[in-house]
Design a protein around this ligand. Structure first.
Ligand SMILES: Cc1cc2nc3c(=O)[nH]c(=O)nc-3n(C[C@H](O)[C@H](O)[C@H](O)COP(=O)(O)O)c2cc1C
Length: 169
């Protein structure tokens, strides 16, 4: 599978079976996460792997079927005390977390593990549940598992290359 095939294969899966993610696949995914680049190599991220009882407590934090069904959820946090700030004070934390997250979902797709980026969740409730310090922000949730057999993979709706690229000389 070349890179284009991999990025075409990954899609946001919002329904899951109860089948657990193989530990060897999770280990591979986390190794790929670790290799993500970050501004000034600060690596301001932490990845919490939630399963079992604590996963049930995530249900009110993102009120979707996804959380009731997915056997695992990663919470990816960014530490604003560790992330790089540019000369104009722009905090690069979100950028770094986006990169590590995309490594995770692409590595998962390679292994046939389904995922979905989730940012529209109750951040404060998540912080409380994980007892995170003030500077550590939960930025993305990634439910992880396997799609039910009957799943129809949605069509990728994307802008055309001409709409998103401008060649300048
Ligand atoms: C930063 C970000 C935040 C997202 N947040 C959510 C979310 O809260 N809930 C959700 O169902 N999907 C969420 N998505 C998934 C997008 O809706 C999805 O990636 C987009 O529609 C393209 O579809 P695809 O992932 O299947 O290619 C998010 C994606 C990104 C990149």
């Amino acid at each position: 599978m070349d890179f284009l095939e991999l990025v075409e294969k990954r899609y946001s899966q919002r329904r899951y079976t109860a089948q657990t993610v193989k530990q060897e696949d999770l280990d591979y995914i986390l190794k790929c996460a670790r290799m993500a680049p970050s501004a000034v190599n600060k690596q301001p991220w932490h990845i919490y792997v939630l399963q079992g009882e604590i996963l049930k407590q995530m249900a009110p934090i993102y009120r979707r079927e996804t959380f009731k069904e997915a056997p695992m959820c990663l919470v990816i946090t960014g530490n604003h005390n560790e992330s790089w700030r540019r000369y104009d004070e722009k905090d690069h934390c979100d950028i770094d977390i986006a990169i590590v997250t995309e490594h995770i979902v692409l590595a998962a797709a390679e292994k046939g593990v389904d995922t979905c980026w989730v940012c529209n969740f109750d951040v404060q409730a998540c912080k409380n549940l994980l007892q995170l310090p003030a500077a550590e922000e939960p930025i993305v949730l990634i439910p992880m598992g396997y799609a039910p057999k009957e799943t129809v993979v949605p069509e990728k709706k994307r802008k055309d290359i001409e709409q998103i690229v401008t060649y300048l000389t």
